[in-house]
Design a protein around this ligand. Structure first.
Ligand code: FES
Ligand code: FE2
Length: 374
C-alpha cells in the first residue's frame, strides 16, 4: 500500500527512553533508497572485505553495492586502489568474479583497451589514427580505499572525511576483542539475496530482545543477565558473558572470562568475536534496492585446514543460526508494507539497559534521522 511520505522531525528522536522506529516507508520506498544512495552510501566508509582477501600483489575483489560494481586491487607497487568496474570507452565491465588475481594489465573484454593496475590506460587499439585521442582522459575512475581494523573500507565520495573520524575509537576496540584479527583468513562464505531493506537487517542485529525466543541454541551459551550494549558515535558493541554449550559454542573452559563481542559498524557491517577471540564472523550488507540486500556472511579462522569442531561450527552457522535471522528480517520487511502496520513501532529501551533492551535500535535511528535531514 502506498502511503504519503511521513516527514522526519528530529525532536521526536532525541530521547532514547521514549523512542519509536523511523516510519515504515523509509524501509520500503524506492525514492528513499535513492536518497540514501547519495546521502549515506556515497558518503560513508563502508566495509567490503577482510584485508587478507587482497593481500598479494595483483589480487583483487569485486563488490556490487547500490548498483555500482567496484574493484579493489593491490598493485604491483603493493598499493591498494579502488576503481569502478567500468571501462571508460563504452562502459563494459572490466573484471568478473568475486575475487581473483589480475594480470599486470586489466584488459577490457569488449575492444581490448588495457589498463595498468594503477588505472592508467596503456593500450587502445587504433588510437594513433584517431584525432585528438587523449589517453589521460581515458584512465579508470577511482574511489578511496583504506585498510582499517584489519578490514578494507571504501568511500565513493571525492572528498571523504578521515575514516578515524567516522569510526572514532573503533579500531582499538576491535583489536582488543580479537587480537589476531589481522592474521585471520576466510574459511566460509554464505551469500544471500535477502528480501529485506538494509536497515531491517541492522535493526535485527542491534538488539538481543529477539534472542531468547529465536536463537535458542545461541541463547543457551550467552548469559543475558550479564550483557552490555554500549553506544558510540557510529558504532555499537554488545558484550555478553559466554558459557559453553553442546548445541552451539563449545570452547576451552580454560579461557578466562569468556565473552561474545558484537560490533555494529555504520552503515551496515557487523563483526562478531566469539569467546576465545581467535576467530570471527562478519555480516556484510550490500544494498541492492529498498527491498533487497545482498549479504555475505563470512567466517574467518587462523588456520586454513579446518578441524572437525570448526567444520561443525560452520555447519551450525549455515543451517541454524543464520537462517534464524534471515526468516525474521524477511517477515518484518513484508509486515512493514502492510496496511495493518501502524507505520512505526515502539522501541523497547529499558531503564536498566538490560541484555534485552532495545536502546541500540534507538541509537541507530537517531543517526539515520540525522543523515536523512542533513
Ligand atoms: S568498452 Fe572497453 S574497450 Fe570498448
Ligand atoms: Fe538474531
Amino acid at each position: 500500500m502506498m502511503r504519503p511520505l511521513t516527514k522526519l522531525n528530529k525532536e521526536e528522536y532525541t530521547d532514547i527512553d521514549n523512542a519509536w522506529t523511523i516510519p515504515a516507508q523509509y524501509y520500503t520506498d524506492e525514492s528513499i533508497f535513492e536518497s540514501e544512495k547519495e546521502k549515506i552510501f556515497a558518503n560513508s566508509w563502508v566495509c567490503v572485505a577482510h584485508s587478507s582477501e587482497v593481500k598479494e600483489k595483483n589480487s583483487y575483489i569485486t563488490r556490487e553495492i547500490i548498483g555500482e560494481n567496484l574493484i579493489v586491487v593491490r598493485g604491483r607497487d603493493n598499493i591498494l586502489r579502488g576503481f569502478y568496474n567500468v571501462c571508460p570507452h563504452r562502459g563494459h565491465q572490466l573484471l568478473s568474479g568475486d575475487s581473483g588475481k589480475a594480470k599486470n594489465v586489466i584488459t577490457c573484454p569488449y575492444h581490448s583497451w588495457a589498463f595498468k593496475l594503477d588505472g592508467e590506460l596503456v593500450h587502445a587499439n587504433n588510437c594513433d589514427n584517431v584525432e585528438n585521442f587523449d589517453k589521460g582522459l581515458s584512465s579508470l575512475v577511482s574511489f578511496h580505499v583504506q585498510e582499517f581494523a584489519g578490514f578494507i573500507f571504501i568511500n565513493l565520495s571525492e572528498t571523504p572525511e578521515p575514516i578515524e573520524d567516522q569510526l572514532v575509537g573503533l579500531e582499538d576496540k576491535v583489536f582488543e576483542a580479537c587480537t589476531v584479527v589481522k592474521d585471520l583468513k576466510l574459511a566460509a562464505r554464505f551469500v544471500s539475496e535477502t528480501p529485506a531493506n538494509w536497515k531491517t537487517i541492522v535493526d535485527n542485529y542491534i538488539e538481543c530482545y529477539h534472542c531468547p525466543t529465536n536463537h535458542v541454541s545461541f541463547a543457551e551459551s550467552v548469559d543475558v543477565g550479564d550483557y552490555e550494549h554500549s553506544l558510540h558515535q557510529n558504532w555499537t558493541i554488545q558484550v555478553g558473558k559466554a558459557k559453553p554449550s553442546e548445541s552451539s559454542y563449545k570452547f576451552d573452559e580454560s579461557i578466562v572470562d569468556p565473552r561474545f563481542s558484537g560490533f555494529w559498524i555504520w552503515p551496515c557491517t557487523m563483526f562478531n568475536m566469539p569467546p576465545g577471540g581467535d576467530y570471527m564472523t562478519v555480516i556484510y550488507e550490500f544494498p541492492m534496492s529498498a527491498g533487497k540486500t545482498l549479504q555475505y556472511y563470512d567466517i574467518y579462522f587462523l588456520n586454513e585446514e579446518l578441524t572437525e569442531d570448526q567444520k561443525r561450527l560452520v555447519e551450525w552457522y549455515k543451517d541454524v543460526f543464520r537462517p534464524e535471522d534471515l526468516r525474521l528480517v524477511e517477515s518484518v520487511q513484508k509486515g512493514l508494507s502492510s496496511r495493518g502496520y501502524r507505520g512505526r513501532g515502539r522501541i523497547m529501551t529499558d531503564k536498566q539497559r538490560s541484555g534485552i533492551s532495545e536502546h541500540g535500535v534507538a541509537h541507530f535511528h537517531q543517526i539515520l534521522v540525522q543523515q536523512h535531514l542533513d
